[in-house]
Ligand binder design. Sequence first.
Ligand SMILES: CC(=O)[C@@H](O)[C@H](O)COP(=O)(O)O
Ligand SMILES: NCC(=O)COP(=O)(O)O
Length: 237
Amino acid sequence: MTKLSVNVNKIATLRNSRGGNVPNLLKVAEDIQDFGGQGITIHPRPDERHIKYQDAYDLKPIVHTEYNIEGNPIPKFIDLVLEVSPTQVTLVPDKEDAITSNSGWDTKKHASFLTEVISEFKRNNIRTSVFVDPVLDMIEGAATIGTDRIELYTEEFALQYEKGNKDSVKPYVKCAELAMDFNLGVNAGHDLSLQNIQFFKESIPGLLEVSIGHALISESIYLGLENVVNMYLHKLK
Ligand SMILES: CC(=O)[C@@H](O)[C@H](O)COP(=O)(O)O
Ligand SMILES: NCC(=O)COP(=O)(O)O
């Protein structure tokens, strides 16, 4: 079964735009889980442009499904994750000024750093995932650093799928197959949407989790959050 983890960054973006607490991030996270969402994902960035570090603490008692915290493992992020102790941490090599995540790890070049960070999270019983481009060499590298899972970075697939290029899923299929050969769990995320999710899910073997935020929250403006969550769940069946 592929779990739907809803990234609520953009709820925090809207909340922060007025400086108050509307929409209430905690209530939205509760409701998403009541609607059937199987996880909540946040990506606290160093500039706290949307998710604030305090949100990560506040969400902990609210998230009774799977709690996934994504980010670049700078010391402040590592300390936050160890204190909050989510279900899963997803390591993303984002630069501080990146407008959004735009690349996966070079798991070979950064193998010793990633191995050290991953072992600390695993010692604290936090499942680990590493954000990677759909490149076989990077899956091979991921197999050497002790991570539980990889997260396939799906922006290029989404871009090409929108242009009608369904063959763009092929590198992801090959990477998922290789990851499974290495006993790595397979997650995926970034720019997945109602338009592309069913084809992606049906193409990828062993897909354990998709984390979806920007499109899902945008689609909810027109279709309603409960309806959209259930549309994704239906497409992920
Ligand atoms: C790693 C990933 O793809 C998501 O966490 C994405 O980075 C969302 O971040 P923003 O909501 O800041 O675009
Ligand atoms: N890991 C991907 C994620 O959490 C959400 O990415 P997006 O759907 O906001 O592009």
